[in-house]
Design a protein around this ligand. Structure first.
Ligand SMILES: CC(C)(COP(=O)(O)OP(=O)(O)OC[C@H]1O[C@@H](n2cnc3c(N)ncnc32)[C@H](O)[C@@H]1OP(=O)(O)O)[C@@H](O)C(=O)NCCC(=O)NCCS
Length: 166
C-alpha cells in the first residue's frame, strides 16, 4: 500500500510550489533520468524495479513546474521498517539542485514520521558526499557511526546518520 506524503506539494527556497506524489511503475524512466543526472554511480533500472515492487519501500517524486524541464526533477526512496524510516536515496536533477527540493523532501518525510509516530529516521551516506551530509545535518540528522568500505564501487566508507523523531 502506498504511503502518501502528508501534503501534495513542497515549497522551494524561492517560494515556488512543486507538486509531490507517490511514484508509479510508469515513472521508471523518469526516475532513471533523475538518478543519472544526480549520481556518479546511479541505481540501475533493476534496482528501481525492485524498489517499486517492495512492500516496505516507497518512492515520492517531485514534479517540475517549468515547461522546459524534465517532468520529474526529484525523488526520495525510503523504507518503513517497524517504527523507523530508512532513507535509501534522495536525488534532485542536476538542473534543479539548489532550489530547496532535497530539503523539502527530507522534511516532508520527517513530517510523515511525526504524524505516524515513527521513532527515528536513519540513512547511510558516502563519507565524501558533502552536499548530502550538509543537507542531512541541516535537517537535524546526527552522525552516529560508520561502515568501513561500505560502497562496493569504490570502497568508500559510509557515515550512518540518524534523526530522532518526536
Ligand atoms: C544532496 C541533494 C539531494 C541536495 O538536493 P538540493 O535540492 O540541491 O538541496 P537543497 O537546495 O534542498 O539544499 C539544502 C541544503 O543541502 C546542502 N547542500 C545542497 N547542495 C550543496 C552543495 N552543492 N554543496 C554543499 N552543501 C549543499 C546545504 O546545506 C543546503 O542548505 P543551504 O541552502 O541553506 O546552504 C542533491 O545535491 C543531489 O541530488 N545530490 C546527488 C544525489 C545524492 O548524493 N544523494 C544523497 C544520497 S545519500
Amino acid at each position: 500500500m502506498s504511503i502518501q506524503p502528508p501534503t501534495d506539494e513542497i515549497q522551494g527556497k524561492d517560494g515556488q510550489r512543486y507538486m509531490l506524489r507517490c511514484a508509479t511503475p510508469d515513472d521508471l524512466q523518469a526516475l532513471l533520468v533523475i538518478a543519472n543526472s544526480a549520481h556518479h554511480s546511479p541505481w540501475s533500472e533493476g534496482i528501481f524495479v525492485r524498489e517499486l515492487g517492495l512492500d516496505i519501500s516507497e518512492i515520492w517524486v517531485v514534479e517540475s513546474n517549468q515547461p522546459e524541464e524534465e517532468e520529474l526533477i526529484g525523488s526520495l526512496v525510503f523504507w518503513r521498517v517497524h517504527d523507523e524510516l530508512h532513507i535509501q536515496d534522495v536525488a534532485v536533477h542536476g538542473d534543479a539542485q539548489g532550489r530547496g527540493l532535497g530539503f523539502g523532501l527530507v522534511e516532508m518525510l520527517a513530517t510523515l514520521g511525526d504524524d505516524t509516530e515513527m521513532s527515528l529516521m536513519t540513512l547511510e551516506v558516502r563519507k565524501g558526499n558533502v552536499p548530502a551530509i550538509n543537507l542531512y545535518e541541516k535537517c537535524g540528522f546526527e552522525r552516529v557511526g560508520e561502515r568501513k568500505g561500505y560502497y562496493s564501487d569504490n570502497g568508500e566508507d559510509a557515515i550512518i546518520m540518524t534523526r530522532i523523531l518526536a
